[in-house]
Design a binder for this molecule. Structure first.
Ligand SMILES: Cc1cc2nc3c(=O)[nH]c(=O)nc-3n(C[C@H](O)[C@H](O)[C@H](O)COP(=O)(O)OP(=O)(O)OC[C@H]3O[C@@H](n4cnc5c(N)ncnc54)[C@H](O)[C@@H]3O)c2cc1C
Length: 424
């Protein structure tokens, strides 16, 4: 471990606050660049959130090309240009591989540990930090970050004591799943140092609905359906996939993705579900005519069972203003057309999101216009860096959020080390 330019008064060249994906990568890269690094983590262990990612398997990154990556980042994608170019998904997998944690690519370009264990990611990064000489302080909560004397930054610890350093990287995460340690402390550090924090909202989260009918279908998942959303005439979302009815409304991969596109005022968005995305309206009507002819002596439920999961039939019939017990022979042409329309565009009246604490990721954060994209350093306070979810960037599911944490962490780590080592 090099002591770099560290003076007698400074704790080390670089202090990293937060031992999540971004913080561990930042510490590792700063140490590899020759800086002496201290990482402060308030939990009793590193990577508590990493541990629950990808349902315990940790979707570490995605092999998507850069353009596709940007398309998966609904807010401020261009801010990430430098970070994603200087530390790519290949760099993530190569780093993990080098640290003894090989990865594999799955459907949709998603990358997972070969072991399918999220804990292996933290173990690999922790091993890397140890070998690189990073001083990891667990159970160490940072209370404040302020400008100290001689251009140093002063990191005040909750348990008492202050550490001085020329460079401090804030990698404290967002506010979702606070039990993992992400309680939004970094936003306070940012504001204290002159930064704007854009409004915090839930993203990649389940949606609540105006009507009660989805709760009747709780636990039912629909595969190969299309969910679309419009604000006025503008289509803001249109994707195929899987969704789930829950006790509060709707969730599942499609709905999580939809949540990151919805406007602040949910009432502006018209969301619809297409249960037959492979068929046109006309083809759906022809299919209905055929089903009606084949089930002429039966009840409507016999037709619905051919078109949707059995549990959904009675609820769907009510939504069409009909009864599932109605004889098929008595269904009028208009009623058949209503059924067809509802199959293709069933309205999902979304009222809001589940609480931000339940979100996969926080939308909003430290305003990226106040951060230099090529270094991750604050434009407000010299020597202060931000990385990971604390920034106002968030992405879709698929490994993109962790790659953002790794890329911004790596860039902040390298830049901070460079600055610290040339600092007088
Ligand atoms: C259930 C779930 C599943 C997910 N699955 C995936 C997935 O498979 N793939 C993917 O790409 N993304 C996934 N994500 C999102 C991803 O986990 C986050 O975007 C990512 O972990 C953010 O990393 P970070 O380092 O910025 O923050 P975090 O991982 O939240 O780390 C921040 C760290 O800072 C520490 N800290 C906070 N305040 C202080 C303080 N004052 N002093 C000291 N330490 C402090 C915290 O204890 C924490 O350890 C998932 C998220 C959730 C909730």
């Amino acid at each position: 471990m090099s002591t770099g330019s560290m003076s007698a008064r400074t704790a080390c060249d670089v202090i990293v606050i937060g031992g999540g994906a971004a913080g561990m990568m930042a510490a590792l890269q700063a140490a590899w660049a020759g800086a002496s690094v201290t990482l402060l983590e308030k939990n009793e262990k590193l990577g508590k959130k990493l541990y629950i990612t990808g349902k315990g398997r940790c979707n570490v990154t995605n092999v998507a090309e850069l353009d596709e990556f940007f398309a998966s980042v609904p807010r401020n994608p261009r801010f990430l240009n430098a970070a994603l170019r200087q530390f790519t998904h290949e760099d993530t997998t190569a780093t993990l591989d080098m640290l003894g944690m090989p990865t594999k690519v799955e459907r949709g370009g998603r990358v997972f540990p070969v072991s399918d264990k999220a804990s292996d990611v933290t173990r690999a990064l922790a091993r890397g930090m140890k070998d690189a000489g990073v001083q990891v302080c667990l159970n160490t909560e940072v209370a404040r970050v302020a400008r100290g004397e001689d251009g140093l930054l002063a990191v005040r610890l909750a348990q008492g004591g202050t550490l001085l350093s020329p460079c401090v990287i804030v990698a404290t995460g967002g506010v979702s799943y606070p039990s993992t340690g992400s309680t939004g402390d970094g936003y306070r550090f940012a504001r204290d140092n002159g930064h704007t924090v854009t409004p915090l909202r839930a993203s990649l989260v389940g949606l609540t609905m105006e009507e009660k009918w989805p709760t009747l279908l709780q636990g039912l998942s629909l595969k190969n359906v299309r969910v679309s959303a419009r604000v006025g005439k503008k289509k803001i979302f249109d994707e195929l996939g899987e969704m789930l009815f829950t006790h509060f409304g709707v969730s599942g991969p499609l709905i999580l993705s939809l949540s990151s596109h919805l406007p602040e005022d949910f009432s502006q968005a018209a969301v619809t579900l297409d249960m037959k995305p492979a068929l046109t309206d006309e083809q759906v009507d022809l299919r209905l005519q055929r089903e009606f002819a084949q089930n002429a002596r039966k009840q409507l439920s016999s037709v619905f069972v051919e078109l949707m999961p059995a549990r959904m039939g009675p609820v769907f019939a009510t939504l069409c203003g009909l009864s599932a017990d109605a004889p098929v022979s008595q269904i009028t042409r208009e009623q058949r057309q209503t059924i067809g329309h509802m199959l293709k565009a069933l309205p999902l009246r979304v009222t809001g999101t589940r609480p931000i604490e339940e979100a996969i990721v926080t939308r909003g954060g430290v305003d990226v216009t106040e951060i230099t994209p090529g270094t991750m350093m604050s434009r407000k306070t010299e020597g202060l860096y931000f990385a990971g979810e604390v920034l106002d960037v968030d992405a879709h599911t698929g490994g993109f959020n962790l790659q953002i944490a790794f890329s911004t962490g790596a860039l902040a780590g390298k830049s901070a080390a460079e600055r610290a080592l040339s600092w007088q």
